[in-house]
Each structure stands twice: as C-alpha cells, then as structure tokens.
Design a protein around this ligand. Structure first.
Ligand SMILES: Cc1cc2nc3c(=O)[nH]c(=O)nc-3n(C[C@H](O)[C@H](O)[C@H](O)COP(=O)(O)OP(=O)(O)OC[C@H]3O[C@@H](n4cnc5c(N)ncnc54)[C@H](O)[C@@H]3O)c2cc1C
Ligand code: SF4
Length: 330
C-alpha cells in the first residue's frame, strides 16, 4: 500500500473543498471496500477524507411521508430503524442479507452505493480489466464468469454490481443527493448507475468531486408490502448470485401495483420494468408471475457458465410474488 494522508472533515463544504485539492483524494466512509482495494493496489489515493463525522447521520421523514437517509448512516442503523422496517421492509432485509454484523456496523450508505464490483479480475493487478484500466480487455468473457451479468452487459464488461441495498433502493425509486463545489444536485437511482456500454470504468452519473449527502425514499404505500430475497453460494457472508426486491399491492385478486428489482444480474441494480408492465392490472397468480418473469428475462444474454441465472431469477420472481400475494389474500 502506498503512503497516504488522512483528514477528518466536519462540514459538507469543507469535505467537498478538500477533495478538490488533489486528483488522488478519496472520501472514506466505513473503509470496508476502499481500504481492501488499497491493500490490493487497485486504489492508490494520496489523501483519505474521512466523512464519518459529517452531520449526515440522521433518518428523517420528508413532508410527503417518505424517508430521507443521511449518507453516513451505517448499514446496521438503517436496517434497525423502526420506520424503515415498517414502511420499506425489503430495504431492511436487503441490508441484513449483506456482509456481516461487524461490516454493517462500519459500512455507510454512501460507501455502499459506490462499492466496486467483486469480479475477481478487477482486483487482480496481474490481469487486464477494462473497468480498472480502460481498453485493456475483459478476460472474464472467455474465462471465469459464472457469477457475471446476464442483463445489460456489453462486450467490454460483464461484471455485476454487488450491493444488496441498492437493489431495494431501485425498487423504491430512491433519489440520491450530492454536493459539489458548484452546489447540490440529485439523481434518481434509475439514472445514478450508468449503462456499461463502452465505458465500464465510468460507473455512475455523479459529477466529478461529488460527495453523496443522502438518499430519499419517496412515500409509497406498496413498499410496506415488500420483500428481499438473496441467493448465494453459502448461507451467509457471501455476495448474491441472484437477488430480488419485490413489492406487491393486490386488490380483488388483481395486481394494482408491483415493484421488481433484480440484483447480481447486471452492472447495476436491474429494475424489471417489462415484468411490472406485464403484471399491472392482471391476475395475481403463479401463471402471471411466471409470464412476467419470462417477459423480463427475454432480454437475457447468458455466457457459457452463467445461464443458470435465468432459471434462478424466474424462480425468485414466482416464489417471492406468490408469497406476497398469499399475504395480501389473508
Ligand atoms: C467480506 C465482505 C463481504 C461483503 N458482503 C456484502 C454483501 O453480501 N452485500 C453487499 O451489499 N455488500 C457486501 N459487502 C460490501 C460492503 O457492504 C461495502 O464494503 C460497504 O457497504 C461500503 O461502505 P463503506 O462505507 O465502508 O465504503 P468505503 O469503503 O469507505 O467507500 C467505498 C467507496 O465509496 C466512496 N464514498 C464513501 N462515502 C462516500 C460519500 N459520502 N460520497 C462519495 N463517495 C463516497 C469511497 O471514496 C469509495 O470509493 C461486503 C464487504 C466485505 C469486505
Ligand atoms: S467483467 Fe468487467 S470488471 Fe470483470 S474483467 Fe471484465 S471488464 Fe473487468
């Protein structure tokens, strides 16, 4: 690890100004991803700007009944928050499905959104990788890719986004707030992560030098009837090979509103809009759930070793929506 400076900041303008003092400065949230990447030599900052003492650690209701979550709220505190558990249960479940208790105590909302892919080639400096070194190549496509993307990938990168939290945020139309030297800004989560295309190294639409200040969850009654489920290779302490955040509102046996987002299948949380369109207004039964999954997964382009994810995601859609429909009928 190369030598680096460390400064703790206490106000947002000071944090943004300090980041602007050098191209190799980085914000430090809980450090659970950034420090690992520094040890591997993938990240080589000259200055770490510790944001944990910024006044961004609250969770508050917005005037319309949604929730505003500060960027330095830890994953543990967010998962345990009473209003999150009551109004957005899939978000609490997604957080608790991630990492370990110790990691969740350190990990922050801002850092979780910006954590990097767990593609093994990305963190192996002996290998080429278009995401780490633009135009160097993507060995995963012909190599080890059993946990890589089946949706929205490109010939330049087939990595998946690792965050469980972001999948629930995608289902709930969260809005990410940030601050730059030019003032504040906002990005809907659907626009926050860029499509992979020819530039896998440019992962978000955040402007350069932006500090994430928080995330806002709009009020949505359907979110109270939601669930997150994650499939992984061992029972705990592992990233997803497929996950789903689903919310369902059923009236008289018909789907009034549905939200579906998939994780671990694309370079960003994948909002399943085609499936949502197929379901809305129709029957809330197993056949309709399966047909909706097929509508979404028709766009899947599997590699030789990751085709199992198509079946896995279809089963997740049917299973989780069936459970939510049965609960609605009780
Ligand atoms: C063993 C292990 C298992 C894990 N398992 C899972 C899992 O199953 N599911 C899952 O979702 N995650 C998992 N994680 C990832 C973990 O959730 C992330 O490392 C964590 O959420 C990152 O948050 P952090 O605050 O520590 O970020 P940091 O490591 O501090 O930062 C990550 C990135 O975000 C930037 N950053 C941080 N805060 C801000 C801000 N406010 N504004 C702008 N930029 C910022 C940093 O500069 C850096 O680039 C695992 C991690 C480990 C080590
Ligand atoms: S899939 Fe993406 S992150 Fe992995 S080696 Fe290819 S370019 Fe790099």
């Amino acid at each position: 690890m190369r030598e680096f400076g460390y400064e703790r900041v206490f106000d947002v303008p000071g944090a943004v100004a300090l980041l602007g003092t050098g191209p190799d400065a980085r914000f430090l949230g809980g450090g659970t991803n950034l420090v690992d990447l520094m040890k591997a030599g993938v990240e080589r900052p000259t200055l770490l700007i510790d944001v944990q003492e910024l006044p961004l650690n609250t969770i508050e209701f917005t005037p319309d009944g949604g929730l505003r979550i500060g960027a330095t709220v830890t994953n543990s505190d967010l998962a345990a928050h009473t209003e999150v558990r009551r109004h957005y249960p899939a978000l609490a479940q997604a957080l608790l499905a991630g990492a370990s208790g110790q990691l969740r105590n350190m990990a922050t909302v801002g850092g979780n959104l910006l954590q990097r892919t767990r593609c093994g080639y990305f963190s192996d400096l002996a290998q080429p990788c278009n995401k780490r070194v633009p135009d160097s190549g993507c060995p995963a496509i012909a190599g080890e890719h059993h946990n890589h993307a089946i949706l929205g990938a490109s010939e330049h990168c087939v990595a998946t986004h690792p965050s469980d939290m972001a999948v629930a945020l995608a289902a709930f139309d969260a809005v990410v707030s940030y601050e730059t030297a030019d003032g504040p800004g906002e990005l809907p989560i659907a626009e926050f992560y860029r499509p992979v295309g020819e530039t896998p190294h440019i992962e978000t639409a955040l402007p350069p030098g932006a500090l994430i200040t928080g995330v806002t969850l709009p009020s949505a009654a359907v979110a109270a009837h939601s669930r997150f489920r994650k499939v992984r290779e061992r029972a705990s302490y592992a990233f997803a090979i497929g996950s789903i955040a689903a919310a369902l509102d059923v009236q008289d046996g018909a789907v009034r509103e549905v939200r579906l987002a998939f994780g671990a299948v694309a370079s960003r949380p994948w909002r399943a809009r085609a499936a949502e369109r197929a379901l809305t207004g129709g029957p809330a039964d197993t056949e309709a759930f399966a047909a909706a999954a097929d509508a979404e997964l028709a766009a899947a382009e599997a590699l030789p070793e990751n085709g199992y994810k198509v079946t896995l995601m279809r089963n997740l859609v049917v299973s989780v929506l069936t459970e939510l429909a049965e609960e609605a009928a009780r």
